[in-house]
Design a protein around this ligand. Structure first.
Ligand code: APR
Length: 183
């Protein structure tokens, strides 16, 4: 497998859009422990993937918070869906930060196991799960950059922001990371 020597900053993209349109090896779904669908990005992914996705999810036996499971993408342009379950924000003293970081690490572990070359993430837990957006963005970017540095053959990771506020927050978090680390 050819490796890419490009620095992480050339392999990370933050875009404004709809993750169900991303033509990548895997899109990440922000699911709930049942893995049987829901609203938000979970609902959008299941709608676009079609009923076979739910059929496969039924066989997975659910997913714990912080963990991730992979399925096919069916009618989506993405080959796979990686379903992860983010923490519900309960004020910040229930280990939410670490659980959110674990979601990203679990997704990268599956990307490595399946030799995926491109990945797209939504802003996990910042919708119905009410995780503060600025804190979630800094955790997400830190873990995504670690993942990119750990997997040199991973050509592209895209963070797909569904609204302007999320896009602005991720851009600010990236700028802050670069300033803090001098990268
Ligand atoms: N593409 C990209 N991002 C999207 C899309 C989409 N099509 N639809 C929604 N989003 C964004 C939201 O705007 C938010 O920024 O995904 C982010 C996560 O929001 P939610 O989908 O509400 O997910 P989350 O906060 O992690 O809550 C998960 O909601 O839908 C249920 O079953 C799901 O119980 C679980 C919970």
């Amino acid at each position: 497998m050819t490796t890419t020597q490009r620095p992480w900053s050339e392999r990370l993209e933050i875009v404004r859009g709809d993750i169900t349109c991303q033509q990548v090896d895997a899109i990440v779904n922000s699911a709930n422990p049942s893995l049987l669908g829901g609203g938000g990005v979970d609902g959008a992914i299941h709608r676009r993937a079609g009923p076979q996705l739910l059929e496969e999810c039924r066989k997975l036996g659910g997913c714990a918070t912080g963990e991730a499971k992979i399925t096919a993408g069916y009618n989506l342009p993405a080959r796979h869906v990686i379903h992860t379950v983010g923490p519900i924000w309960k004020g910040g003293d229930q280990n939410e930060d670490e659980l959110l970081a674990q979601c990203y690490r679990s997704c990268f572990a599956l990307a490595e196991k399946h030799g995926l070359r491109s990945l797209a993430f939504p802003s996990i837990s910042t919708g119905a799960y009410h995780f503060p957006l600025d804190l979630a963005a800094s955790i997400a970017l830190r873990e995504i950059i670690v993942g990119l540095e750990r997997l040199p053959y991973l050509d592209k990771v895209t963070v797909v922001c569904f609204d302007d506020r999320t896009w602005t927050c991720y851009q600010q978090a990236l700028a802050a990371y670069k300033e803090r680390t001098g990268t």
